[in-house]
Design a protein around this ligand. Structure first.
Ligand SMILES: *[C@@H]1O[C@H](CO)[C@@H](O)[C@H](O)[C@H]1NC(C)=O
Ligand SMILES: *[C@@H]1O[C@H](CO)[C@@H](O)[C@H](O)[C@H]1NC(C)=O
Ligand SMILES: *[C@@H]1O[C@H](CO)[C@@H](O)[C@H](O)[C@H]1NC(C)=O
Ligand SMILES: *[C@@H]1O[C@H](CO)[C@@H](O)[C@H](O)[C@H]1NC(C)=O
Ligand SMILES: *[C@@H]1O[C@H](CO)[C@@H](O)[C@H](O)[C@H]1NC(C)=O
Length: 301
């Protein structure tokens, strides 16, 4: 019985659970919504028209007409009108991207905090990637806005924003595959650590190390790829979105969770390294004792 194997056993289990949560966070409304990869704040899209409403030529189109109406209601009650600006247009306030799907909903601002009310999530898909244009078009199609039917081009939606985010689809798919691999390897590593509870010795420590290292490798790659996707997506959205009042926020908690999984994976590898080294030293001391004949018991036994 090797009770010390409980620690790497727990590490492997924790890494597996954290990977699962990275994968399934936000896959249905209200389930770990705060653990999003990126959130697009669209609550003020259309703001660019309002800021410049004096420049809107009269009778340009139905949208500018309606926005002028919204604009005039803002003068009467600025906060209320701005909160509902996205809704006026038929959009959600936010679109949060997860590994398997995206969710959308409305902000509920109750000073000093703002919370999210998720109203819809897309169906989880294995090889999912986020397409902002499709997501917003879907909102415009399904919501009846106060203004009538408008399209993203009415809003002068920047195409660079969508193409920049869609360019990340291969990386997003890669992250999904690496998380799947991480879960499988962490599970195998958990099993072998569990058996190591009953089979002490250097061989079992070495075998465990042999499984723990690829599990750590997959975790490390998954976390690195997903971090790159998150950082790049937020940058692209902020770069092109400011013109239409859209901003993006990185999912700090999601990143913390994936790197925590990597951390416990590393701890497990270090532990098994230590067991290998310590096991060898004990064995050498044991053999020395036999050769020397009447030598004393190995220390630290
Ligand atoms: C959304 O963006 C607007 C400005 O674009 C900002 O005033 C508001 O606080 C943001 N909301 C959240 C919840 O981040
Ligand atoms: C306002 O609109 C005018 C004409 O459409 C444009 O030339 C100007 O750059 C706009 N200003 C801002 C701040 O968007
Ligand atoms: C804007 O307001 C005017 C007068 O209040 C109204 O006649 C017009 O239909 C409104 N336009 C839209 C697009 O709501
Ligand atoms: C959240 O949204 C749902 C559906 O739109 C609505 O019924 C519910 O009242 C909202 N919750 C809050 C706290 O506003
Ligand atoms: C939205 O509606 C337009 C035409 O009404 C259609 O061409 C488009 O495919 C629809 N988009 C989605 C995402 O349903």
């Amino acid at each position: 019985m090797r009770l010390t194997a409980i620690l790497p056993c727990l590490c492997a289990l924790a890494a597996m659970v954290l990977c699962f949560l990275c994968m399934f966070a936000g896959n249905k409304p209200g389930f770990m919504e705060d653990y999003h990869m990126v959130t697009l704040n669209t609550s003020r899209s259309g703001q660019n028209f309002l800021d410049n409403s004096t420049f809107i030529p009269p009778g340009d189109n139905i949208l500018t007409d309606a926005l002028r109406n919204v604009s005039s209601s803002i003068t009467s009650n600025i906060n209320q009108a701005i909160d509902s600006l996205a809704a006026e247009l038929g959009l959600s306030d936010f679109y949060s991207v997860h590994l398997l799907n995206y969710c959308s909903g409305a902000y509920i601002s109750k000073p000093p905090t703002t919370t999210k009310n998720v109203t819809a999530c897309s169906r989880p898909r294995a090889l999912f990637h986020f397409d902002p244009t499709a997501a917003l078009t879907r909102s415009l199609n399904t919501t009846t806005s106060h203004i009538g039917s408008i399209t993203l081009s009415d809003l002068r939606w920047p195409t660079e924003l969508s193409s920049g985010v869609i360019a990340l689809r291969i990386a997003h798919h890669t992250a999904f595959i690496l998380y799947t691999l991480s879960i499988v390897l962490a599970f195998l590593s958990f099993l072998s650590s569990f058996f190591a509870l009953f089979f002490a010795g250097r061989l079992s420590a070495a075998l465990n190390l042999l499984l723990a290292v690829p599990a750590l490798g997959a975790l490390l790659l998954a976390s690195a790829v997903v971090t790159a996707v998150v950082v790049r997506a937020a940058d692209v959205v902020n770069m092109y979105g400011y013109r239409v009042g859209v901003e993006a926020k990185r999912g700090g908690r999601f990143l913390a969770m994936t790197w925590a999984a990597t951390g416990v994976g590393l701890l497990e590898v270090l532990w098994w390294c230590g067991e290998c080294v310590v096991g060898r030293r004990w064995k050498r001391m044991g053999r020395g004792a036999v050769v020397d004949g009447a030598a004393a018991q190995p220390v630290g036994h």
